[in-house]
Design a protein around this ligand. Sequence first.
Ligand code: FAD
Ligand code: NAP
Length: 313
Amino acid sequence: MSETRHTKVLIIGSGPAGYTAGVYAARAMLEPILVQGIEPGGQLTTTTEVENYPGFTEVQGPDLMIKMQEHAAAMGTEIIGDYITSLDTSARPFVAKADSGTTYTADAVILATGARAKWLGLESEEKFKGFGVSACATCDGFFYRGQEIVVIGGGNTAVEEALFLTNFASKVTLIHRRDELRAEKILQDRLFKNEKIETLWFHTLEEVVGTDNPLGVEGVVVKNVQTGEVKEIPCKGVFVAIGHAPANELVKDVLELHNGGYVKVKPGSTETSIPGIYAAGDLTDHKYRQAVTSAGMGCMAALDAERFLAEQE
Ligand code: FAD
Ligand code: NAP
């Protein structure tokens, strides 16, 4: 049934930025509503150990996000399992329509929609998505027990995925287009020490090959970017870990963006180009993209929204 609900602060997104904004906005007595989206808890629910969130020497990503959700709820944030399909920012109160049919009107909006996995854009990648091609080792690693796997990418995600996949796979080949990783040194150390992992430098994925009936991966065709030589590597699983793109769909035509689609905010704040609309976390951050920086920006967004609402009164 469609209904309209009004809130002083609507928080869109349930990653570290959204939940932290919830904690602060609720404690400011703004009675915020937080809409979780299709990935409650955000990107950290797709990983295992998190070792760099202060206060936790080691915590499982999904557990950390449940704690954040409980914290936001305990402070008084109303958390709703729904997905915002459109946001009208042309007048205040802002109007957000949700997948369930509910319409939210809000005096201020905190955008915390984060980022989503990038894909290579190959036809064969699309064909085998969910049938051997994945962007989430935590979700799908278990299906490849005793089998050979390749991971594409050279950042923290690719290295962590490769390490995690050694729990299941007989061999993991990390394929990277350069001979230098972006990943943190501590992760690189673990990678190079792991006997199950082989690195293939200066190679790109050209095609995923496999069977049609049943649909399944049998290997990848890779190209040496220096010599142009092409070869096939047998494998049953392909994990694409080439980064994330900001989830800016709701606002890409109305807010100022920069650095390839990240929402631009005034330096040192979370103010976007529209007063009353704030952006926090990976949606606005092309540089740091960490759980703790996202949480920090969630806090800033709630404080910015609180000041804005006080000025309106
Ligand atoms: P996200 O976590 O991306 O969450 C976005 C939220 O927005 C989701 O809840 C989604 O459902 C919601 N959403 C999107 N669109 C809509 C919509 N239209 N309506 C409603 N809701 C919507 N960082 C670290 O600090 N340490 C780590 O160890 C670490 N490990 C990582 C491992 C992996 C595999 C990945 C992918 C990332 C990792 N990161 C890590 C990075 C970290 O996860 C991100 O920086 C952080 O999650 C960003 O938080 P966020 O709140 O901005 O958004
Ligand atoms: P990233 O740092 O942007 O790295 C992406 C990697 O994929 C790069 O090595 C890049 O190669 C490669 N790549 C990009 N496009 C490609 C293409 N079309 N073909 C082949 N290779 C391609 O992304 P990420 O690893 O997902 O990390 C994202 C953010 O989350 C980072 O800020 C990271 O620190 C954070 N994160 C943190 C942790 C942690 O703290 N433990 C864990 C995971 C993620 P080049 O190097 O050649 O550009």
